[in-house]
Structures are given as C-alpha cells and as structure tokens.
Write a protein that binds this ligand. Structure first.
Ligand SMILES: C[S@@+](CC[C@H](N)C(=O)[O-])C[C@H]1O[C@@H](n2cnc3c(N)ncnc32)[C@H](O)[C@@H]1O
Length: 225
C-alpha cells in the first residue's frame, strides 16, 4: 500500500485533529468533555447501517473512536480507515490494538485516495470536512465519489448550519481552534451543496444535534447506479 510515509509525493497541508499537533494527545478527552460524543457517534453508526460483508472506508479516522464503534456494531463489515496524520495514526493504532479488533488504517498524502475506482460500498466520515478548505472539500468529495461503487453511500457527521444565534456564537470556539477559512462553509450549511456538486444524488441532512459548541449535522448522499 502506498502511503504518505513511503511515498515521495508532497504532503498536502492539513489541520491536525485539535487544530495544533501538540494537542492531538488531548483529542479524545476534549471531544468527550465538549460534545455529546456517545449520542452523535451512535447516530452516525445507525445512519450508516453497515452490513456484514460490506467494504467500508472511514475518511479521516483520527483517533479511531468512530472506526472502532462502527466495527463493534457490525463485526462482519470490512472496514478501512484513511487519514493524513502520522501521529494520529499512532494513537489510533494503540486504541485499535487495545480494543482487540482488526481494522486497516492507511495514511495518504491528502489528495488522491490510495484505492482503485469503485472499491467501497460505503464511506463514513465524522468531524473531518470542517477542517478542509473549499478546494480540499471538493477534491475529497470527488475522490470519495470515485472510490465508491455504483449505488454506494456516503454518510457524514460534521458541523452544520447553526440553528439559532446561540449555536452560531458557541461555534466561534471551534472556529478559533480550527480557523474560519475551513469552518465558515459548514456553519452556513453549504456542505450538502458541495456533496451534490461532487456528483452525489439523494443528498440531504438526516438530522442534527445542537451541542454546547454548535450544531452538529448528519448528511448523506448516494452514487448513482
Ligand atoms: C477532528 S479529527 C476527526 C477524527 C475522527 N473522525 C473523529 O470522529 O473523531 C479530523 C481528522 O481528519 C484528518 N484529516 C485532515 N485532512 C484530511 C484529508 N485531506 N484526508 C483525510 N483525513 C484528513 C485529520 O488528520 C484528523 O485526524
């Protein structure tokens, strides 16, 4: 498998899980304390509704919390994770080992996903797109569309349109950490339009949760058959 670690291709710039590399060790604790973690992760698992035998990609696995939950819910699904951050992968590998489960965690340089066309039945992603600028969002969605099989599904949980002024103000905390450039489109509710622009059909918001730091939305899209 070609990864960022063994390729001489230039690594795309990326925002580490908590905005700064030195904070990555605190990522799990921060999510646990600032968000209704169990609720949003379970809801994304339910939405993705993985089936035994399905090939599934988690885009931006981070510390693998969502990945492990997906695998525990459907042990017969064949789950692969992909991320750009070597340090976060080390943290994720420790957790996966501890959980005693088998998940392939790949690294890549941030542009072309290291998989052939039409590889996966489903792609799941949580809390990643608000860390990508508009060009990166479009490129990532195009790549996800490419690696999905015809009829394949995309399920995203991420910051969405602030449902009221309190949510908009609370979200400023996330924006201070992750930057305004990558997060503005999320909080304006533009992600579904970007998903459609990448060629997906049946795009929509399945629901949202108002959290202490902003509105968290659940999006879906489907690749045509
Ligand atoms: C906030 S963390 C979310 C991690 C995890 N999905 C979760 O739910 O906790 C965002 C992750 O996206 C990764 N990431 C950033 N840019 C990426 C890209 N272009 N492709 C894949 N992953 C990326 C980061 O390295 C980080 O691990």
């Amino acid at each position: 498998m070609k990864t960022a670690a063994n390729m001489s291709i230039k690594q795309e710039t990326y925002i580490p899980a908590l905005g700064y590399d030195r904070l990555s060790n605190f990522y799990d604790r921060t999510i646990r304390w600032t968000m209704p973690e169990e609720k949003f992760r379970k809801r994304l698992v339910e939405q993705a509704d993985l089936q035994t035998g399905e090939k599934v990609l988690e885009f931006g696995f981070g510390t693998a919390s969502q990945t492990i939950l997906l695998k525990k819910q459907t042990p017969g699904a064949n789950i692969t994770g992909v991320d750009v951050d070597l340090k976060i992968r080390e943290l994720a590998l420790e957790k996966v080992l501890k959980a005693g489960i088998e998940i392939q965690l790949d690294l890549y340089h941030g542009k072309t996903l290291p998989y052939p066309n039409a590889t996966f039945d489903k792609v799941v992603s949580s809390l990643v797109f608000h860390q990508l600028d508009r060009t990166q969002k479009a490129s990532a969605l195009g790549e996800i569309h490419r690696v999905l099989k015809p009829g394949g599904e995309l399920h995203i949980g991420d910051w969405g349109k602030a449902r009221h002024i309190g949510m908009r103000l609370a979200f400023l905390l996330v924006q201070l950490l992750d930057g305004f450039k990558t997060t503005n489109d999320n909080v304006k509710g533009l992600l579904p339009g970007f998903i459609e622009n990448a060629g997906f059909q049946e795009v929509g918001e399945a629901g949202f949760i108002n959290t202490g730091i902003g509105t968290f939305s659940f999006y879906h899209g489907k690749k045509s058959k």
